[in-house]
Design a binder for this molecule. Structure first.
Ligand code: ADP
Length: 522
């Protein structure tokens, strides 16, 4: 770890701080602004227009008009696709500035912004730009003399509410498929990170996006966010954020016009290291599964389950790896971990660390703030974590790794009765039921969440058995955090509903119309 020094000056100008409504940057109707802060020291970066219900009304009216009267859904799909491709080119051209803005506003490392997140945003625009002119319905063989077809139509005006942990990626996951399918959008960014979406949206317009198709509101959840979720003219709501807020917006959608809702919420994801795993690889991936993005990931591997036979070795290596993690100014080369997003999260994480110590978990490394300025926290590792401890149940959303020990292995061939039929996929569920050995499955599933899981083993039967038994939306086997644009992502249980990315992500922004025509007139 390096000592905190004077913050490096970000290599970017801030050009856009107003709301984006109908293709124009405008002040909030009430004239209010709010500050956005630099997580490195808590200084104000900029004052940003604060959107409220009235601004949401204006934005929804613009999106409504662009949808109902065109041009957006009436343009050819090819034209829409070309605007998305041109956007991707412009994002590439301005990659450095965009990455700098993202790092400045969120505290994530510049290397991560520039090498991972902006490239993934670009990839999402190309991926969904590619889909725009390939979305079509089916011809359906129905009983009777009918010609039946389905039309895959856009839903209309999509309201989108995104969080602060991946401002640009969430922008891409939301806006990309919505536009590809021909919807218009009102997006509310998180109050902690309004800047990058305002910058990038300007590029969409430079690429030829007509006014009103994408509107961006900066502002707070209970005001601007709630106004969007309860708006009568919004046809669809896509939300990413905490499970508690997900419940609120789902309620607002239900109470207003029953707009269609997709939710991507929290997690407490198991990272399961079996006794036959490659320990060094598992240590490194468990480390990045938890500490990536300062631990501020809905899919963080926040319960590291390690088999008892390799537990001591794993623990020693995990502790050593965390102690070596380089914390510091996120603009500095080689830094792996920047500050947490804001003082609220900072305090909350330190509180969870105290809970961990008080509940009897063993603090292996870290445990305190890092430096004396800003919202930096030492990479923290707890061992001897028990399932019923608060740190094993709540989403901490910070750089705090919890290591838990488990005993039993699933479905290792040596457990199988050789005289029985060979192992097939269909048999695996039965095997799981028949054995009373699935301690780790039961513990991994005993959470209200169900977002992702990591499985580390050399044995394909163990991998198959765990994969089928885990109630989660993604299983990463001997890998973690693989976020290709084509791979669907989303949660089981209270981690949400709907899938983003990939072909499945289109479903969130399409509705199906069945059209029936008699084959011959009576
Ligand atoms: P966090 O607690 O990590 O900030 P939230 O789920 O509260 O996560 O925030 C995610 C997004 O939801 C942000 O854009 C935030 O402004 C918005 N939000 C928060 N509260 C509400 C609410 N009551 N109605 C609508 N949106 C909200």
């Amino acid at each position: 770890a390096v000592a905190a020094e004077e913050p490096i000056t970000p290599p970017v100008q801030i050009n856009h701080t107003q709301l984006l409504i109908n293709g124009q940057y405008v002040d909030a109707a009430a004239g209010r602004t709010f500050p956005t802060f630099d997580p490195r020291n808590g200084d104000v970066i900029a004052h940003v227009a604060e959107g409220d219900a009235e601004d949401v009304d204006h934005a929804v009216a613009a999106a409504r008009k662009a949808y109902d009267e065109g041009p957006w859904p009436k343009m050819t799909a090819y034209e829409r696709s070309r605007i998305m491709f041109r956007t991707a080119d412009l994002l590439e051209k301005h990659l450095d500035e965009i990455a700098a803005l993202e790092t400045w506003d969120s505290g994530k490392t510049y290397e991560q912004s520039a090498n991972v997140e902006v490239p993934m945003l670009i990839r999402i625009f190309r991926y969904y730009g590619g889909w725009a002119d390939k979305i079509h319905g089916l011809t359906v063989p129905a009983d009777g003399l009918y010609h039946v077809q389905t039309l895959h139509e856009p839903i209309g005006v999509a309201g989108q509410i995104i969080p602060w942990n991946f401002p640009l990626l969430m922008f891409g996951w939301k806006v990309g498929p919505a536009l590809a399918c021909g919807n218009t959008v009102v997006l509310k960014t998180a109050e902690q990170t309004p800047l990058s979406a305002l910058y990038v949206s300007n590029l969409l317009h430079e690429a030829g996006l007509p006014p009103g198709v994408l509107n961006v509101i900066s502002g707070f959840g209970p005001t601007a966010g709630a106004a969007l979720a309860s708006h009568m003219d919004v046809d669809k709501l896509a939300f990413t954020g905490s499970t508690d807020t997900g419940k609120i917006v789902l309620g607002l959608a239900a109470k207003s016009n029953l707009k269609k809702v997709t939710l991507e919420l929290g997690g407490k994801s198991p990272f399961i290291v079996c006794e036959d795993a490659d320990v060094d690889m598992a240590v490194e991936l468990a480390h990045s599964a938890l500490f990536f993005n300062q631990g501020q990931c809905c899919c963080a591997g926040s319960r590291t389950f390690v088999h008892e036979r390799i537990y001591d070795e794993f623990l020693e290596k995990a502790r050593a790896r965390a102690s070596k993690r380089v914390v510091g100014d996120p603009f500095k080369k080689g830094v792996e971990q920047g500050p947490q997003i804001d003082s609220e999260q900072f305090k909350k994480i330190l509180k969870y660390i105290r809970y961990g110590i008080e509940s009897g978990a063993t603090l292996e490394s870290g445990g305190e703030r890092f430096g004396s300025k800003g919202y930096y926290i030492q990479p923290t590792v707890f061992s001897n974590v028990q399932d019923d401890m608060v740190i094993a149940k709540d989403e901490i959303f910070g750089p705090v790794q919890s290591i838990l020990k488990f005993k039993l292995v699933t479905n290792h061939p040596k457990h199988l009765d050789k005289k029985k039929k060979p192992l097939s996929l269909a048999l695996i569920d039965a095997l799981i039921d028949n054995r009373n050995l699935d301690e780790v499955i039961q513990r991994a599933n005993s959470t209200r969440y169900g977002l992702v899981a990591g499985v580390f083993t050399q044995n394909i039967d163990t991998a198959n058995a765990l994969t089928r038994a885990l109630r989660v939306g993604s299983v990463w086997i001997n890998c973690y955090d693989v976020f290709d644009a084509a791979i669907p992502f989303g949660g089981f249980k209270m981690s949400g509903n709907g899938r983003e990315k990939g072909i499945y992500g289109l479903n969130n922004y399409l509705q199906i119309k069945a059209v029936v025509t008699p084959l011959k007139n009576p």
